[in-house]
Design a protein around this ligand. Structure first.
Ligand code: GLA
Length: 384
């Protein structure tokens, strides 16, 4: 019996059952990495790996949260909301705090049980799933009338303030707006989006979890964001009309090669190229040119590795291995980087062979077990 069901049973024995149950998915991103916070185009989707959150009111001023994954619980005093020393609690505290700003004094005490089948720290955004699931559940429980965009925004704000990662909007957007069998082409500047059928057959998406999570991830993430700001500022001195790095053409960035420090130049070049690559990839996908679509993923990885420098040796090993196999048409690191997963487009008749070969090679090289994750593209956060 899981801790979750023990808790649920214990609580249900008190004669109270759960009013609201929410399923909140993780996300993948086909292409458009590290450009959401530069106002670029990204191509994410929600997946069938989810966090389940069960809610009920408790008629008090405090919230009792139980996590079956962390096998622990904590209490939130609604009259004294503050950061916790325990990281996962901050995702929840932050959401409650930010909802309270948008809808003051409407959140009352509640109990919540959280159960997850999303691997943590693997780059499929268990954090956005937790934040958006929490926001959606509180919204339903207290009839707050938050719009999808408000749910997305309070979740992102929670991450910026309570957690301290200055993430973009992609993860929360995909978790809330995901649609079965569709990719979301999202313009992160305007939040306009287009749903694109994920017609990838005969290829399937296979994630490979390195089971590595370098703790550089959060600090380096914020550094990349700052480096992009520095690049934009320097470019704006000559071209004041650019408001976002992605508006600048790679050709224009190249004019700054001798002006900008090499690192800053590389970051800017990557961002402007990745944005164009994403739009090109979407064209290939719409024309059913999957080989070229996959090639865009491969190029994206090279940019993330050499120019943006957010990869790591484990991810590079997996991508190098995969791109040498003719039945893998695209492979790259996914998400923030420094560990987590690669995303691979693998011919459906070679999936078992692929996993067996690459798991063996990875184990031999790093003495770490590789975890394959099969995903299907699913709906966003839902009340069940
Ligand atoms: C993390 C962030 C996103 C995005 C990706 C990189 O997942 O939360 O906003 O920046 O990294 O594309």
């Amino acid at each position: 019996m899981t801790l979750h069901s023990q808790n649920r049973e214990k609580l249900e024995n008190f004669g109270l059952s759960y009013e609201i149950i929410i399923k909140s998915p993780g996300r993948i991103n086909l292409i458009g990495e590290h450009i959401d916070y530069n106002g670029g185009y990204v191509l994410p989707a929600a997946i069938d790996k989810t966090i389940t959150l069960s809610f009920r009111k408790n008629n008090s001023d405090s919230c009792k949260i139980y996590s079956s994954n962390f096998k622990s619980s904590f209490e939130i005093n609604l009259n004294n909301l503050k950061r916790s020393e325990t990281e996962w609690q901050n995702y929840i505290l932050g959401v409650v705090y930010h909802i309270n700003i948008v809808k003051p004094n409407l959140v009352k005490g509640f109990d919540c049980i959280i159960e997850s089948n999303l691997p943590l720290g693997s780059g499929i955004s268990s954090s956005a799933a937790l934040e958006c699931g929490m926001a959606k559940g509180i919204n339903e429980l207290f009839n707050l009338g938050l719009t999808d965009i408000e749910i997305i925004t309070v979740s992102k704000d929670a991450e910026h303030t309570f957690v301290g990662t200055k993430c973009g909007i992609m993860d929360q957007f995909a978790v809330v707006k995901g649609k079965k069998n569709h990719l979301i082409l999202l313009n992160c500047k305007t939040l306009d989006y287009e749903l694109i059928e994920a017609n990838l057959a005969p290829y399937k998406i296979v994630l490979l979890n390195t089971n590595i999570s370098h703790n550089l991830a959060s600090s380096e993430y914020n550094i990349r964001r700052d480096e992009c700001k520095i690049a934009l500022k320097a470019i704006q001195m000559k071209y004041p009309n650019f408001n976002n790095l992605i508006e600048v053409k790679p050709k224009v960035v190249r004019e700054f090669k001798k002006v900008l420090p090499e690192k800053i130049f590389n970051r800017a070049l990557y961002v402007t190229k990745e944005n164009r690559r994403t739009l090109r990839a979407v064209k290939f996908l719409k024309n059913n040119n999957l080989k070229e679509f996959g090639e865009c993923l491969n190029r994206s990885h090279r940019g993330l590795r050499y120019l943006y420098e957010v990869s790591c040796q484990e991810l590079d090993f997996l991508v190098d291995f995969s791109t040498n196999l003719d039945y893998v048409i695209g492979s790259r690191m996914m998400g923030g980087g420094f560990g987590g997963c690669t995303i691979n487009l693998v011919h459906k008749s070679h999936i078992d062979e692929f996993i067996e070969k690459i798991s063996g090679a990875y184990q031999e090289k790093f003495n770490i077990e590789l975890t394959p994750i099969h995903v299907s593209i699913s709906d966003g956060v839902t009340k069940i």
